[in-house]
Design a protein around this ligand. Sequence first.
Ligand code: CDP
Length: 238
Amino acid sequence: MSEDKELLKDGKRIDGRAKDELRDMEAEAGILKRADGSGYFRMGGTEVIASVFGPRELHPKHKQKPQRGIIQCRYNLAPFSVDDRKRPGPSRRGKEIGKVAEGALSSIVFLEEFPTATIDVYMEVISADAGTRCVALNAGAIALADAGIPMKGLISSCAAGKIEDTPVLDLKGEEDKDGQVDLPIAMNIETGEITLLQMDGMTDIDEMDKMLDLAIDGCEKVAEKQREALMETFGDKK
Ligand code: CDP
């Protein structure tokens, strides 16, 4: 993160948003025929398709948990999702995001109902302009619900950050690259549980509080969008 570009002018950001404004969002459930569940989520220029397979028996067997199921997440940036073609295949960054996504999603699923099973969540980033882990989780949670997996609620995610010493909501690419802090969170709006919190950059307690407030408000709006998408799909199926 560097700070050479002008990212805030007269209280407006480079794309004209206010400090507490999310990028425009789109959400859809049930977009893939061959998956048990699927979801699409877009925030600005970041788009993710998620698919869910399972619950199904986990192989190899030594990975099985006798008392509960597990969630396995794969996060993948498509080669065409970024400006410079991304080299296909696994990367350290992708593995890390897959792991934190597993943690974030596992807390909402009643995994004790599926001993020895796995629920696989594949999150394909088809367009990346910052916040891909958040958008991946938003699509993943829709896909889990679409698959009919019993859950305590939804996981909703967005990032707050700091640009030009100012806390703002939902960084886009240039803000992430040239800003000072990126703070993605994921939470279950119903229970208030925060299931992912990561931070890149430097801040203090006061700013951290402001960024968290922004991100929590953002997650509430994301949750509304996710619910709308699910209502639309389940409404159609009736
Ligand atoms: O995407 P997210 O903010 O969750 O993660 P990041 O590691 O902070 O990446 C920020 C952004 O950098 C991504 O959203 C992409 O737009 C970009 N990026 C890229 O262009 N090429 C990569 N190999 C990785 C990230």
